[in-house]
Design a protein around this ligand. Structure first.
Ligand code: HEM
Length: 220
């Protein structure tokens, strides 16, 4: 049992499971945020309903747990790959040139995303708490905060850059999640890879449209 928990198969399984959970979150987060194109009210009420949902604390802590596990296992696997490459393991695991390049790209893009998520939470979740009232209900004016943040061209450039990095990470990550969970079949793997690419493009394009819209069209 302990040997299994220490094996790279187990670590990859956890990476796959948490990766799928996080991919589901980014799609839902991107789709919910598209309400910025509907109206200020729709955007703020959505944020209010989300954070006042009884399941919210569970979802928020689940997200933190998935992110920590995903990053931790990713670092461990990268270290193991590095050790195998430098000949510290008697039996070399799968370290073909493609695998090594992909895992190097993933740890690099993953590290940028970690910095992004921290700055994102500081700016948005823990950012200025403006208030607005609709039908007598006082709630957070997230729309005002977003418009304020994306007036700054540096913030827009940083977001667009980080979201392109997210798309690179998802492009490889989504299909490798399925492989890590054991879905590896010559017939379905090429299709899963294409779905991964489509997913990455949709999520990144949906997110990128928001800072660009605020900066070029909405302009506060
Ligand atoms: C244009 C891009 C994005 C916008 C405009 C945006 C907007 C927001 C806003 C307004 C909140 C605060 C919600 C609240 O407190 O009610 C939030 C929270 C959050 N965002 Fe984003 N987001 C973007 C991209 C991302 C991306 C790419 C990720 C992950 C890779 C991400 C991860 C999170 C997380 C983890 C939270 C905290 C959720 C919670 O616990 O409430 N966001 N975002």
């Amino acid at each position: 049992m302990l040997t299994y928990l220490k094996s790279s198969i187990f670590k990859k399984f956890i990476m796959g499971l948490t990766g799928l959970g996080l991919s589901g979150f980014v799609l839902a987060h991107m789709a919910g945020n598209l309400l910025i194109f509907v109206s200020e009210e729709a955007y703020n009420i959505y944020g209010y309903k989300m954070t006042h949902n009884p399941a919210y604390p569970l979802i928020a802590w689940g997200l933190v747990g998935m992110m920590v596990l995903h990053a931790f296992m990713g670092i461990l696997l990268t270290k193991e790959n590095g050790a195998a490459k430098s000949g510290r393991y008697a039996v070399t695991p799968n370290t073909s040139k493609d695998t090594t390049t992909a895992s190097k790209t993933m740890i690099f893009s993953g590290s940028i995303l970690l910095v992004f998520i921290i700055t994102h939470l500081v700016g948005f979740k823990y950012g200025t708490f403006y208030e607005v009232t609709y039908d007598g209900v006082v709630m957070r004016d997230l729309h005002r905060l977003i418009v304020e943040i994306f007036q700054n061209p540096l913030a827009v450039v940083w977001y667009v850059f980080a979201l392109v990095v997210l798309s690179v990470h998802l492009r490889h990550g989504v299909s490798s999640c399925f492989q890590s969970l054991g879905f590896n079949h010559p017939r379905y793997t090429p299709c899963i890879k294409k779905i991964g690419i489509l997913y990455a493009v949709i999520v990144a394009a949906g997110f990128i449209s928001q800072p660009l819209y605020v900066y070029f069209v909405h302009k506060g």
